[in-house]
Design a protein around this ligand. Structure first.
Ligand SMILES: NC(=O)c1ccc[n+]([C@@H]2O[C@H](COP(=O)([O-])OP(=O)(O)OC[C@H]3O[C@@H](n4cnc5c(N)ncnc54)[C@H](OP(=O)(O)O)[C@@H]3O)[C@@H](O)[C@H]2O)c1
Length: 372
């Protein structure tokens, strides 16, 4: 195999550096992918600034990155779903505690991927489009389908209407765009929130109705809209989403469960180096206070909540449910689309830190992609 190159984190909170990387042969249940496009996520970025706290198990030097698309170049001995040359998307699970492996980080030219966390993509689908899916769909699927979360019916080509409604707060986010589509493919109605400029976007993905999350009356408006319905629960995405979802689910009939995708406080402004403690201490205090407030609110309203960890599906039935049973045919038949749309920042590993910084500054119904 040709020389591999990676975007390295050589130590905790170190700056990214580009350098040679080993080429790793696949184990029995893995494939190796020559990466053509990666997408960037908040999680990939905070591993650099906050990895010592949020992913303390990571051993350095490490390669981060979750989302990739490319061509299969090697296949493990037990893998039957793929051939060399197949065009695939894959979830790079290197940062998961059960993997903790630089060879499985997306930000390098050749990546080891768990075969059950990869899916073939249609010929007409560009790598830039396919790369936006893995972490978004995985996080949404963990929330919707894991038994200790919303435990909803599995997605299929012929969904049976359940008569239940899922609330997806933050429908124009990457996680939300996937959650809307998965819920509809599983037979649920979806009510969501977004900025008004993205109402048409979330409705095209299948949401029945959208509300402006910045409106002062949004919580009351959604409760009124859902008053006569049976809820499948809620997925809370975005700052402030958890408190509103707990209020709504607590006031409605149905599954009194809120899956939380966004932490109670943001660590986005905490730098890896100089000035770190000054920003870290208040953010940590906000996190503790926020978690206590949410726990009290949930208890008062009789609502259960649980924080989603977007890679948990690698170790349970939800991974194969999505990447093997659902996604390949759903993409081939255009029943599931890669959303939000990709914005290509540039080409080459050197453009990834810039893409991560642009992601931190904020995107709207868009996913930032770098081609390799
Ligand atoms: N727990 C996990 O495993 C996991 C995994 C992935 C992501 N996440 C978290 O999920 C969240 C979304 O991540 P992402 O990558 O999907 O985001 P993203 O696509 O980068 O999010 C951008 C979108 O956020 C929306 N938004 C901004 N503030 C909001 C708010 N207060 N409420 C609702 N929507 C808001 C904006 O909507 P408009 O433009 O319509 O205003 C924008 O379209 C982040 O907090 C991220 O850390 C968690």
């Amino acid at each position: 195999m040709p020389q591999n190159t990676a975007l390295w984190l050589n130590a905790k909170r170190a700056p990214f550096t580009i350098g040679p990387a080993p080429t790793t042969a696949p184990r029995a249940d893995e494939i190796v992918v020559r990466v053509r496009a990666v997408a960037v996520n908040p999680f990939d970025r905070v591993i650099q600034t906050m990895g010592d706290i949020i992913t303390p198990w990571i051993t350095y030097p490490f390669v981060t990155g979750s989302d990739l698309a490319g061509e299969v170049v090697e296949i493990g001995s037990l893998v039957t779903r793929f051939r060399v040359g197949d065009r695939v998307l894959g979830y790079a699970a290197g940062a998961d505690k059960r993997r903790n492996r630089a060879a499985e980080g997306a930000f390098q030219t050749y990546v080891v991927v768990l075969a059950h966390m990869a899916a073939p993509i249609p010929d007409a689908m560009a790598f830039e489009e396919a790369a936006i899916l893995p972490l978004g769909i995985s996080t949404a699927a963990c929330a919707l389908f894991q038994k200790d979360f919303l435990a909803m019916n599995a997605p299929s080509a012929t969904p049976v209407r359940t008569g239940k409604t899922l609330l997806v707060w933050g429908g124009s986010t990457s996680v939300g765009s996937n959650a809307i589509q998965l819920a509809v493919a599983s037979g649920y109605d979806v009510v969501t929130t977004a900025s008004p400029r993205n109402f048409a976007y979330v409705e095209k993905l299948g949401a029945r109705e959208a509300f402006d999350y910045r409106s002062k009356t949004v919580t009351a408006d959604i409760i009124r809209a859902l008053r006569r319905e049976t809820l499948a629960g809620a997925l809370a995405i975005g700052a402030g989403s958890a408190a509103s979802c707990i209020d709504i689910v607590g006031a409605c009939t149905g599954n009194r469960f809120v899956a939380l995708a966004t932490p109670a406080a943001s660590f986005d402004d905490v730098p890896a180096g100089r000035g770190r403690l000054l920003r870290l201490a208040p953010a940590a205090a906000r996190m503790i206070a926020g978690n206590i407030r949410l726990a009290l609110k949930a208890r008062l309203r009789g609502v259960r909540t649980k924080f989603v960890w977007g890679s948990d599906l690698i170790a349970n039935e939800v991974g194969p449910m999505i990447f093997e049973a659902f996604l390949p045919t759903a993409l081939a038949q255009a029943r599931f689309v890669a959303a939000p749309r990709p914005t290509v920042v540039g080409s080459g590993l050197a453009r990834i830190p810039e893409a991560l910084e642009r992601q931190r500054l904020g995107v709207s119904a868009a996913k930032l992609v770098v081609t390799l």
